[in-house]
Design a protein around this ligand. Structure first.
Ligand SMILES: O=C(O)[C@H](CS(=O)(=O)O)OP(=O)(O)O
Length: 232
């Protein structure tokens, strides 16, 4: 199995084969908590305009998203796993638009298959890849805003590669320690607790809390639907 390691939006556009779009802080952690809290459908879009248009078409829809970490005005929730985990989304159609993660899936137009990456289901993702045993896997670290390095996405690639290659992995404690600062500093700013609460750091690093994989399926060029696939 060849493992191609890519970065940012330009890397997503180069992804081929079975592709993992990685966004630990916070989009693909949030998506996992949404499914865990009974969300019926999750649609992801890159543009705010598309999100608002889709809301008009879907019943019981909820708009979730941020730009540079701050909730988009007129949206219902920020992209926060902690705030999301406090609500039940049964029968709701979720529309999610974020700075990096959701844009990455939309950019990965050459991927044969897309799944999402975050620490809350890293073992399920590794098992899924091993079970498919593809010739080529693309791992895309989306970074901050899809354009600059994010330690958490890079560490995820490192850990996932180690699992796939049966090498020694980092412990949960080591992962938390490495990511607390500077990467995690954004969650400990007093003035922005209503947007990026301290709990998000913990929730993003509840490693292997979930045993499902999240697949992204194309609806049209700017809309993908996320689907939950249970692990074995
Ligand atoms: O919601 C977030 O914290 C991030 C903001 S940024 O890209 O790290 O600036 O969005 P996401 O798309 O989840 O990375």
């Amino acid at each position: 199995m060849e493992i191609k390691k890519l970065k940012f939006l330009e890397g997503a556009a180069e992804a081929e084969g079975l592709t993992v779009i990685i966004d630990v802080f916070r989009a693909y952690t949030t998506a996992a908590y949404l499914f865990a809290n009974q969300a019926e459908n999750i649609f992801i879009v890159s543009k705010i305009k598309t999100a608002k248009q889709l809301k008009k078409k879907l019943k019981n829809s909820v708009l979730i998203g941020e730009r540079r970490g701050i909730k988009i005005s007129e949206f219902d929730f920020n992209n926060s796993p902690y705030f999301i985990s406090c609500h039940n989304f049964a029968d709701r159609n979720i529309i999610l638009s974020t700075s990096a993660g959701t844009k990455g899936i939309i950019a990965a137009q050459n991927a044969a298959e897309i799944i999402t990456g975050s620490f809350v289901n890293i073992t399920a993702v590794a098992d899924y890849i091993k079970s498919k045993d593809p010739q080529l896997v693309s791992l895309v670290a989306m970074g901050n805003n899809g354009v600059t390095e994010a330690a958490e996405d890079n560490l995820y690639i490192d850990q996932l590669t180690r699992i796939l290659e049966n090498k020694k992995t980092f412990s949960k404690a080591e992962i938390k320690k490495r990511l607390r600062s500077p990467a995690g500093d954004r969650f400990f700013v007093e003035e922005t607790q209503s947007e990026m609460p301290a709990e998000d750091f913990e929730y993003c690093l509840k490693i292997n809390k979930f045993n499902f994989v999240i697949k992204a399926e194309k609806v049209d060029s700017d809309i993908y639907q996320l689907k939950r696939k249970e692990g074995d």
